[in-house]
Design a protein around this ligand. Sequence first.
Ligand SMILES: *Cc1c(COP(=O)(O)O)cnc(C)c1O
Length: 417
Amino acid sequence: MFSLPLMSSGTHDAYDAQDAFRGDHVGDHSALRALATEAVHAGREDLPALGLHAPPLDLSTTYPSHDSRGEAARIDAFAADGAELMGPPVYGRLGNPTVARFETALARLEGTESAVAFASGMAALSAVLLMRNALGLRHVVAVRPLYGCSDHLLTAGLLGSEVTWTDPAGISEALRPDTGLVMVESPANPTLAEIDLRAVAHACGSVPLLADNTFATPVLQRPAEQGARLVLHSATKYLGGHGDVMGGVVACDEELARRLRQVRFATGGVLHPLAGYLLLRGLSTLPVRVRAASSTAAELARRLAADPRVARVHYPRIGGAMVAFEVYGDPHAVIAGVRLITPAVSLGSVDSLIQHPASISHRIVDATDRRGAGVSDRLLRLSVGLEDVEDLWADLEGALGAERSGGDRRREEVAGR
Ligand SMILES: *Cc1c(COP(=O)(O)O)cnc(C)c1O
């Protein structure tokens, strides 16, 4: 009764270092290095020359300069092409050195030329839509499910875009002359449905494909290598990793990054420097956290799939720390019953979180659309953290306990417990 696909534990440990690089603008040491090495060194190459070990946190909103002619020239250059400012910073909304370190590091991990950071994942998606709308390319083709608020932003047309929802096979047919973006998530929030990104990128033709890589992280999947031109993260989740920082980021080529920087400057959705600092720090443990949580998640998915109280388990082929499952009983009782796992929206923290998408993360999506996208009212979404697997299983067991099926009770009686 469950659809538990092939587990791929361990396969993603093999990281092809040759694919780690596309742009070599980020430092002198553009020798090929593995993801785990990049995670702790990218964006920090200049520190020894500065006599520093930890990256400096620059909280300045503004910067002194006696050379206003020089500043004028640099502002003109930014307005013309959106390239990162050369020389000293001018004003916090134009760019911040601590945030730039995070952008450099994330671009390196995703294998893109550039990355542009924002105040949240939704601010990042908004900047992408505004950038395309400004060119008159208001039409978006998207595949459900997406994160609830991404779905809402497109469906409600809050930024003036118009969306056509389709399945991956229908993308090329849905494209119009004014299509500015194709958007997908894989694995998708909250069903963990996976998409063949390479095939989708091919179907997009010249229209940029945006892949939301929040769930997979660059540890498990680098969509730019498969043809996505824009890779979006809610950095609030795994990149930060500790449930204490909000942010968003788009990894892309420098041409698109320049437009995004111009939109960010003019609309103000900047990432706070302290958030940039915490995200850079979060990246350094990302590979270790994702691999450890993924192996626990794979084991929990296996046990849930064998549990008679559970109707269906969703776990991605590429692995990851997210598990979704449908219960026969009342999903609200499971939420009410957990003690170790935190009942809360969001994901990607060092501690485990569980929530009911139909009530919270995807509440804002029309119920018919939500169900049509495979988000059943009995679905629960579990974000597995770094706790011990036995403690997590004991908590899930206890929370599911109230919902034991007759079959399960009978089995226990037979076992004489
Ligand atoms: C949380 C989330 C977002 C939105 O990010 P915020 O940082 O909350 O604005 C976008 N996409 C996915 C897949 C998410 O899980």
